[in-house]
Ligand binder design. Sequence first.
Ligand SMILES: C[S@@+](CC[C@H](N)C(=O)[O-])C[C@H]1O[C@@H](n2cnc3c(N)ncnc32)[C@H](O)[C@@H]1O
Length: 238
Amino acid sequence: MTPDDEDLRPYFDAAAQNLTFNSPLGAARAADLVERLAPPTPDAHVLDLGCGSGELLLRLCERHGLAGDGVDRAPADLERARQRARTRGLGDRVAFHEGDATTWDTTATVVLNVGAGHIWGSAPAALTALHRRTEAGGRLLFGDGVYDAEPDAAVREVFGDLPDLAGLARAATDAGFRVLHAAASSQAEWDDFESDWRAGIERLGTPGARAFSDQRRDEYLGGYRGVVGFAWLVLTPA
Ligand SMILES: C[S@@+](CC[C@H](N)C(=O)[O-])C[C@H]1O[C@@H](n2cnc3c(N)ncnc32)[C@H](O)[C@@H]1O
């Protein structure tokens, strides 16, 4: 069950529409990350690859007076991002581009990649690619799935081979980063994310939407809750 299944696309779009962040990220952690990502120079530029609706990019640029670019391939998410930018008076400083993040070739002082490491196929491949996009002395925020506990066969089939938090930090080091901060989303952040995600689908009000939402709830509560975690790494090129 992935957003690449065209039949399911309307459900994934409806879910995203209801979210502030399309990842298990609560307000307190978002504020903390925005402070941790304060750039070394005031003229720093931010690049968010797989930005979705752009909320973290916008908060970072707003807080530190920065300019930035967000790249995503989902037009509906990008339109929401542009609307958010205009509403907050950031329309002239933060631009959102439709495209494949793997082909984006500029660098930035602060690079964000949250819930979108799969774009490069695996976390190690993503970290290697993102190292090339992160300027010396800069920061990369890498947020991605990890296993907090041994998955059963059904969970592994959906989520594949994920590292644990320590393994992800090692992959970052192997890709040429120093790890400045390593943390994981709390169970409460996951529970809120899952229920907000399902609420967007339920709003469609069709039997199919309700059945899809119920299926996701069962898969979460009876399967990957407490097993699939979400790691947050703040990294700098070594
Ligand atoms: C789980 S969402 C995370 C969005 C955002 N970073 C956030 O945390 O709210 C993953 C995003 O990656 C985007 N994506 C997937 N493949 C992509 C690609 N090849 N190029 C650009 N964006 C892509 C999706 O459209 C989606 O918005």
